[in-house]
Design a protein around this ligand. Structure first.
Ligand code: GLU
Length: 296
């Protein structure tokens, strides 16, 4: 569990540049920021543009401008995943050395026919040559990964049975998010990862990778996901409404309330600096609802 007295807390916010900041992004930014501030820690920014096919031109600048307008303060240089292939390749090489990586030629259609979210292992023993146009999967061992999420509590997932061998380099040669995020969190010495609960299910795979790569495992803290009235995730790539920076006080208070922080009614009359001051002084991770999603 995080230690509130620690001077060594390193948190991060890692948006994908797939669109402008919307309410869901703001929740993850505010939660990770306040958790870092409360722990006297630093807050790093990483632009997760490893999947260049989903990247929207200019979205990174738009995200940074919005964060700046809200008064978020980050430390150090902003890391761009698109510039870090050499680190991901080194990690991949380490996994290959352990004989845990195999090429996979299964098509999406074939996998859909298997009627399961768990990879059926089709290519595992095929001994295909490691050609570039193949996806690369990591063998999942029959082990249970357990962790105690700061908000969601005790979690356990059997990698082989509940997830199966998973892709770490895609057929188009791009490194998969699961590998990139683990390498970056380790190289940036992140001590606690605060992010949306849509990634709760990815965490066991990430801890599995950390174990294989001999990286430390940070604490994990998943925040409820903002969903709309139809139950869909409010997401950049789904064209969610952009946060209005002319009304940032109201948006910040809504984000605090979404995170269970019960901002006093008179705070709406305050300026953004005073709202941040109240938020930092009163941030209580214990108040964050322990639900995977919540409607806004
Ligand atoms: N890049 C991911 C997103 O924007 C977040 C990944 C993470 O925090 O691990 O949803």
């Amino acid at each position: 569990m995080p230690n509130n007295q620690s001077q060594n807390y390193i948190g991060r916010f890692a948006p994908s540049p797939t669109g402008p900041v919307h309410f869901g992004t703001l929740i993850a930014a505010v939660g990770s920021y306040l958790q870092a501030k409360k722990n006297n820690g630093v807050w790093l920014l990483r632009i997760e543009d490893v999947d260049i096919t989903r990247k929207i031109e200019g979205a990174d600048v738009d995200i940074l401008n919005t964060l700046e307008a809200f008064g978020f303060e980050w430390q150090g240089d902003i890391v761009y995943q698109s510039e870090r292939s050499e680190y991901y390749q080194q990690a991949l090489d380490q996994l290959i050395t352990q004989s845990l990586v195999f090429p996979c030629i299964c098509s999406r259609k074939q996998l859909a026919e298997s009627n399961s979210d768990v990879y059926p292992g089709t290519c595992r023993d095929r001994k295909l040559p490691e050609k570039n146009q193949h996806a690369l999967r990591l063998q999942a061992k029959d082990i249970s990964i357990k962790f105690n999420d700061t908000v969601m509590g005790a979690q356990s997932q059997n990698i082989k049975q509940q997830c199966g061998d998973f892709i770490i380099r895609r057929r188009d040669n791009l490194f998969a998010y699961q590998l990139a995020v683990v390498v970056d969190d380790a190289l940036q010495n992140i001590t606690e990862i605060v992010r949306g609960a849509d990634l709760l299910d990815s965490t066991a795979r990430q801890i599995y990778l950390q174990q294989l790569l001999h990286y430390p495992t940070p604490d994990y803290c998943h925040l409820p996901l903002a969903i709309d009235a139809t139950g869909n995730k409010i997401s950049k790539s789904e064209g969610a409404v952009k946060i209005d920076i002319n009304n940032k006080e109201k948006s910040l208070i809504s984000a605090l309330n979404f995170l269970g922080q019960q901002a006093p009614a008179e705070l709406v009359k305050s300026n953004i600096n005073d709202i941040w001051k109240w938020a930092i002084d009163n941030w209580d991770i214990g108040q964050v609802p322990k639900t995977k999603s919540s409607q806004i």
